[in-house]
Design a binder for this molecule. Sequence first.
Ligand code: GLG
Length: 852
Amino acid sequence: YSQLKVLDSNKGTTQTNQGVLTSKDAFEESFVRHVETTLARNMYNCDNLAAYQATSNTIRDALLIDWANTQQKQTIQDGKRVYYLSLEFLMGRAMDNALINLNSRDNTKSSLTELGFNLEDVLEQEPDAALGNGGLGRLAACFVDSLSSKNYSGWGYGLNYQYGIFKQKIVDGYQIETPDYWLKYSNPWEIMRNEIQIPVDFYGYVYEDHDPNTGKAKKIWAGGERVLAVAADFPIPGFNTDNTNNLRLWNAKPTNEFDFTKFNAGDYQQSVAAQQRAESITSVLYPNDNFESGKELRLKQQYFWVSASLHDIVRRFKKNHKNNWNKFADQIAIQLNDTHPTLAIVELQRIFVDLEGLEWDKAWEIVTKVFAYTNHTVMSEALEKWPVDLLGRLLPRHLEIIYDINFNFLSDVEKKFPGDRDLLGRVSVIEENHPKSVRMASLAIVGSHKVNGVAELHSELIKTTIFKDFVKVFGKDKFTNVTNGITPRRWLRQANPKLAALIAEKLNDPNYEYLTNLGSLKKLEQFVNDDEFLKRWDSIKFDNKVKLANLIKETTNIEVDPTVLFDVQVKRIHEYKRQQLNIFAVIYRYLRIKELLSQGVSVEEIKLKHYISKASIFGGKAAPGYYMAKTIIHLINKVGDVVNNDPEIGNLLKVVFVPDYNVSKAEIITPGSDLSNHISTAGTEASGTSNMKFALNGGLIIGTVDGANVEITREIGEENIFLFGNLAESVEELRHKHIFEGVHISETLAKVFSAIESGIFGNPDEYRALIDGIRYHGDYYLVSDDFDLFLQAHTKLEKVFGHHGGDANDTDHLHKWVKKSVLSVANMGFFSSDRCIDEYAEDIWNIEPLSQ
Ligand code: GLG
């Protein structure tokens, strides 16, 4: 009763504080108060940055009320909660998203105008929270948005890196990495919880002792180094609901426990330095995507994060349920985003057995009910393995527990498949190799009740390749699929307000309810023969292209004509994603155009009969140590230099590399694309999520039969996507053929190679490894096999795009291209991350939404 009363009294506060969301006066009053008190400035000296800070503080105040109410409601209802453990949350900017989800954008905009500010300029002040590399981190960000929007009780746990992904500069065509200290100005969205401090230990040794009460032997881990995990909370508002979850990110801080041994030895400096080192644990995000480097600090990050999170989760459980461990798995589900948090399995087992005194088998039964693991890749270089020596030195007790888990697991396997020693070797959590190491994926599978892939094709592939033996051991029901999704709040409403508004109008849905019920986009199909509608649709795309052209001009000084086809490939730079295939095709196009011109064919004729005008737009970061990816970036930039400065070419072809691709740039680039490339070697891209973003924004896709492209095709129809290339089932055979029979370079690709080798794009030695990798070293990513198919797909799609010159009455373009665009959007409902979260909730977590 008393708790309910608190809830009730909070409602009173809610109304007064929430006034800032809907009333101009209330907003302005709070704004001025924050300028004067929080920022200690005055209105005469308030620039856009101060306006951003005052606005976000105002919105944050309102958000915190919802947040506190939600936490109370969750405690009172005491239902099952899910915790999403992810080493990356690629959130981007928070303010616009908060305004949209709290339905306060219009009020804020007009209030700011009255105060003399422009909302768009104010929004630009916010730095991206770039605490992730790419798809995996952005998926986690979409998931927390959906958890709140669908009224689940679900928290995210991660690390509060001081430096997120680096800022990319392009100098002389080369990528240069510079640190991004995103917390330069204080972060108004972060609530420091200095009172929530959890000690985390490293190193030391293990000894055996006897419990004085029971006389039983027990393990003690002692003598290590201690670091404090201090919580920083980020409220996550849902759309059209008060439900506001929490994203808790940990900061590493030194303890106050002084190292007296060092001090007594007269080494005060050393002692303080060691304390300071503690903070380095959360200082920087590892900038690798789909690649694991195996560094000790990375393992420290992982343990620091899972240990703090687990202790926090257990503490919260104990507040309500004391030591009633039988209830633990009914109250808590934990999702492991990739293998990065796998040590959580070991840590929970340690908490139960060593600290809470549970029997091993009982503890293990609970542990395996709690955890589930999502796999995001089949590529071996991305699969984590930690050397036993390193793990044992850093976490001596955990290594023992891992050995025990493995021993029990292998005994079960042995019973089921007596005498199959090879099988034991393949499924063992320990790889008996040099160095001997722990296979994190195996440990994650053994310690989880469900394992899922992220698109149908990928989920099938893991069952038949990397996890085949585990299917044999556990049966196929343990392995499932949850196809990825994206949040339509950010990726439609926020990134493409005009299209979102047109859709709302056509669906007769002034409150944008379709954003939490994305299947209703289907109703757009009824307008597909309405020319007026198609023209409006097309002119919104045009406006978005103008915005993108402006971004390109600002960041590269290259002018692109918004009437030409915008052909985009933005994502991490990786050989498997095949930006090299794309740039080779661009080079071929340039060479052919030059050839035609030299034969006296006019530009007009080329446009009509051969190639339509287009801009090839690239963007994406390469891992700092990834030579081949950096070579690809360099080639793209050098091709751009040549093509863009060739006076004969004009707007027939432009090549652009947008520097520092990130979430806020994606919000401009995605709505401005006519066509985007998702052209990975079949079987390598687990899902891809930008493919979904582009299609939801009315851009068409050129893609291989890979990842979620397969399901996008199924949903939107084969006639609305341009697929090409060899299929996943042929990849192995083709690779084999390359090695034993050599690689066949077609005439077209040979022309491209000899142009590069001629030096027109700078010193050919710089591209030697890229070309030789294809020609002489097995062409692992099948560029040679797919090159001509890629060119053919282009020829086909250009006929559909037509010779559109920005003419709204170009009915050919309207009826061919724009219709496909409408039909794509109408059928993208399936790819809302709300649908993913519902699937996880039902099939994996077994949780229900909170009653509101
Ligand atoms: C991975 C995969 C992507 C996938 C994403 C989210 O490479 O294909 O879409 O996770 O599941 N490392 C990644 O970005």
